[in-house]
Design a protein around this ligand. Structure first.
Ligand SMILES: [Zn+2]
Length: 326
């Protein structure tokens, strides 16, 4: 009985702590002389040149901080921001949107740093010591090979061999003469090659710039989520760029979890971590759990429907293009 009461009190204290904005340490009233420009002042930074008041002589610690700074990790906000992303992600985002910028590591900078760490971990810096995801053939790589086979070899393997079973066999005419799919179905073949080329280009871009690709995805997702979260109890007038920045932080939260899971080779959990993104959305909006989940599910359903519609339109457009321009 007593234990339960304590737990409840602790939970309540944790919740109150989570929701309160970060407190910035009070400013010291000590007078400093700037070691760079010799101005006298009170405060943490020189008002004339901006050098920090606590500029110490070089020690191993200072040297290490200097080194870390060269890689964009010098700010102490980095670890606090990671901790906050785990313990109070939505409230961190609220702090940030309401103007507490200096207390937190900037979202984009953090995004690219975490992406680099994640890459290291999936490519071998983990407890197994080798790359986690084997570089299995991608969709268009498979298609590319089929396509090349169809074009280059004039003996056995043609494009038709690799086509869906529905059209296979049709190309063998009554005399049993083996004619090529491209000759019998010039239009379908052209549409196929246009779609294949487009997919191939998209995939090459994704492989070359995975971070940019995810940012573009986040732009799309925030566009749809915006319809459902622009008026919420905590932010009645959310702007689209604000939601986009929030999603970058949410992506950072996901990357932190995935780095930890990947490091211990628990790759199954990495995809489950996607569900955790509901937590910051709930905390920052102030909607109830069920409302947040409902809104998110509807938003993602709309997105999938739009993507399918877009693909259908693209196939139709390719069809029209081939019909009227050959
Ligand atoms: Zn100064």
């Amino acid at each position: 009985m007593k234990k339960k009461f304590n737990l409840k009190a602790k939970t309540q204290r944790f919740r109150a702590w989570r929701e309160r904005p970060r407190e910035v340490a009070p400013m010291s009233q000590e007078e400093h002389e700037c070691l760079n420009c010799h101005d006298h002042y009170t405060g943490n930074y020189c008002p004339r040149c901006g050098q920090a008041a606590n500029t110490d002589r070089f020690s191993m610690k200072v040297a290490a901080e200097n080194f870390a700074e060269a890689y964009g990790m010098g700010e102490r906000g980095m670890f606090r921001t990671i901790l906050d992303l785990i313990l109070r992600p939505g409230y961190l985002i609220l702090d940030y949107l309401r103007g507490m910028r200096a207390s937190y590591f900037a979202p984009f900078k953090m995004y690219f740093l975490l992406a680099a760490v994640s890459l290291l971990v999936t490519h071998g810096l983990n407890i197994t010591g080798h790359a986690l995801h084997d570089d299995s053939k991608s969709v268009t790589e498979g298609m590319r090979q089929e396509h090349d086979n169809g074009r280059t070899s004039n003996t056995t393997s043609t494009l038709e061999d690799n086509f869906p079973t529905k059209v296979q066999g049709v190309t063998v005419d009554e005399e049993g003469v083996h004619s090529s799919f491209e000759e019998d179905y010039p239009m379908e073949s052209r549409i196929y090659s246009i779609i294949y080329n487009t997919l191939d280009k998209i995939e090459r871009f994704e492989q070359k710039y995975p971070s940019i690709n995810i940012l573009l995805m986040l732009m799309l997702i925030s566009g749809i989520l915006y319809l459902f979260f622009r008026h919420s109890p905590n932010i009645p007038d959310l702007r689209y760029p604000e939601l986009f920045i929030s999603l970058v932080y949410i992506a950072n939260m996901y990357t932190v979890y995935s780095i930890v899971f990947d490091f211990f080779s628990l790759t199954k959990f990495t995809s489950y971590a996607l569900f955790l993104t509901i937590i910051p959305l709930k905390q920052m909006s102030g909607f109830s759990w069920w409302r947040t989940i409902l809104k998110t599910v509807v938003a993602f359903t709309i997105m999938i429907v739009l993507l399918v519609a877009f693909i259908v339109l693209a196939v139709l457009a390719a069809g029209f293009f081939v019909k009227y321009h050959g």
